[in-house]
Design a protein around this ligand. Structure first.
Ligand SMILES: [Fe+2]
Length: 255
């Protein structure tokens, strides 16, 4: 199974530039065109949050139009820049929703079971897995016991060393997630965003793959106390190929 992994498009509507510098809407359109031109098309597209910069209906309409143009199944979870109500309204077929209103999703009709976990704390940059979402995750993992699982969420459950960004990382529920992943035993990859860089780590024995931004990247800087800054690296996405039995290779593709 081939999975395209897009994240952090931060689309701004009307051609506005993010930080007076990045035309995120145009970057997103270029990325969609580049992906559509790939001679081998993915079976699934997952989008791990921060679809729009300001979570407006206009931004989600732009994102939805681009993603639908691919003609592929798309699954999405929110990031810290998203808001659940407008995202769900604009992308109903791409999102799930729990009884508590979190935009979590679980799909069992694909070669791998796919679980998308909402880590959003609306209005805050950091992420959490609250007791309600942890209970939902427990059930979702129980429902796919014995199957290969692909898990995706916005905030990576790892400390990356990019300290400013780590300060707004997954601050609650990380250990609990690692326990669940280890106990399930067949989580083949944990796909994330938020960091605007390609980063590889692990959680509960599964690989964590942080995809770079579909628009703009954050400079690599491991100094303590250093505020994040943007780099000039191009828009990027990832392609994950997972064979039956779970063997996986992951590619970073620049636009
Ligand atoms: Fe984010």
């Amino acid at each position: 199974m081939l999975i395209a992994h897009l994240t952090d498009s931060h689309v701004l509507a009307g051609g506005r530039k993010l930080a007076d510098r990045f035309d995120t809407g145009a970057n997103f359109d270029r990325l969609i065109a580049s992906l559509a031109a790939q001679p081998v098309q993915p079976d699934l597209v997952v989008v791990s949050g921060d679809l729009g910069e300001d979570a407006t209906a206009e931004e989600y309409a732009h994102v939805g139009e681009g993603l639908r143009r691919l003609g592929l199944p798309v699954l999405a979870v929110p990031g810290n820049h998203d808001k659940r109500a407008p995202m769900r309204a604009a992308l109903p077929e791409m999102t799930g929703q729990t009884a508590q209103g979190h935009l979590c999703l679980a799909r069992s009709d694909l070669p791998l079971a796919v679980i998308g976990l909402d880590t959003l704390v609306e209005g805050a940059p950091h992420g959490e897995i609250c007791p309600d979402r942890l209970a939902w995750l427990d059930q979702a993992l129980a429902d796919c016991a014995g199957r290969d699982v692909l898990l995706f969420l916005h905030h990576p459950p790892i400390t990356t060393g990019l300290q400013d960004m780590d300060g707004m990382g997954l601050l609650t529920g990380r250990d609990a997630l690692a326990e669940r992943v280890a106990a399930h035993g067949r989580v083949r990859a944990i796909l994330c965003g938020h960091m605007h860089r390609a980063i590889i780590g692990s959680c509960g024995g599964a690989d964590v793959l942080v995809a770079p931004s579909a628009s703009h990247q954050i400079a690599f800087d491991l100094r303590a106390g250093s505020p994040y800054s943007f780099s000039d690296e191009p828009p990027q996405y990832m392609m994950h190929r997972i064979a039956p039995g779970g063997a996986r290779v992951s590619h970073v593709v620049s636009v």
